[in-house]
Design a protein around this ligand. Structure first.
Ligand code: SIN
Length: 307
């Protein structure tokens, strides 16, 4: 059987299929829906310094081949997270990556400091510098290379755990942001977060999202994600985790060929929380059919017309 383990930073994961932030809550809510121990890792929803209600409704709408969300980082805040959630990770059988978000460098750093002060099975941070749905912070960092490098290096100094910067596609040149994150000491990069989108109800003539714009995800953005992963993986030496419209083993294979070391399943979980498991089965079948011995050797294997 092919070797499907993947290494990111100092961690080797049992497989490259991760659950994306925002789709499995804090990682503890869905034990009856799917066996999360089958995943390579699970990424929590974004945790902020203070608890947040999030944006008013409507904050989710279905669109052709996707959905738009503008949740506004609704979460319980880091204090309650480390006291009530983190201790339970000892039993879930799956590495947990904590997604964090903030409106200032100090906020991100405090979240990391508080989390580092307790014992937990959290193996790393996915740093959300790409949320399109909040007025302060979020994507402000991810569209600016200087801010990205500065924030990454401040987080890097505060933890030995994995530091994964989550990049936005809503930028002129994602490569410059990726290089800045790498220069700041990131172990890996996640690409991509959602793409700005809008939806209008022609009958009511109203915007279908309270904040007017939101983040588009799902199959509609797969080609955008693939292009970003390919560009980023050629620009940096650290591993890239591919995200964006992955619903099948074929999608996962395309991302890995484009340069992803691992992939995250997001929107597809709302239709079927076990999508990640079927992707894993498809991936194993593909490796056997193609006679490929390891996932690692597939990474970035795509042949392009221009070199
Ligand atoms: C949200 O909470 O609005 C979504 C988070 C994100 O897109 O990063």
């Amino acid at each position: 059987m092919a070797d499907i383990t993947v290494t990111i930073g100092k961690h080797t994961f049992q497989n490259p299929v991760f659950a994306a932030s925002g789709t499995f809550g804090y990682g503890l809510e869905n034990p009856d829906l799917v066996d999360i121990s089958a995943f390579g890792a699970i990424v929590t929803k974004s945790i902020t310094r203070q608890p947040r209600e999030g944006n008013p409704p409507p904050r989710i709408v279905e669109t052709p081949s996707g959905m738009i969300n503008s949740i506004g980082l609704s979460n319980i805040g880091v204090d309650k997270y480390v006291s009530d959630m983190a201790p339970k990770y000892a039993d879930i059988g799956c590495p947990v990556i904590m997604n964090i978000a903030g409106s200032s460098e100090d906020e991100y750093c405090e979240i990391v400091e508080i989390t580092e002060s307790v014992n937990s099975n959290i193996i790393g941070y996915e740093v959300n510098i790409s949320c399109p749905n909040v007025k302060h912070g979020g994507i402000e960092f991810g569209v600016n290379a200087e801010l990205t490098e500065s924030l990454t290096s401040k987080i890097r100094k505060r933890t030995g755990k994995l530091v994964i910067m989550k990049l936005s596609p809503n930028v002129t040149d994602i490569r410059s942001i990726a290089k800045a994150a790498e220069a700041g000491g990131a172990d890996a990069l996640s690409a991509i977060n959602t793409v700005y989108g809008m939806s209008i109800n022609p009958h009511t003539k109203k915007s279908e999202i309270y904040t007017t714009y939101g983040g588009l995800s799902g199959p509609a953005i797969k080609p955008v994600g693939l292009a970003c992963v390919h560009k980023v993986s050629l620009a940096v030496d650290v591993p890239v985790i591919g995200i964006g419209g992955i619903t099948s083993g074929k999608d996962a294979v395309e991302y890995i060929l484009a340069g992803a070391s691992a992939i995250q399943v997001g929107t597809a979980n709302y239709r079927d929380p076990a999508t990640g498991i079927s992707i894993l089965d498809d991936l194993k079948r593909y490796l056997a059919e193609q006679n490929i011995a390891t996932v690692a050797e597939m990474i970035g294997m795509v042949e392009t017309y221009e070199s």
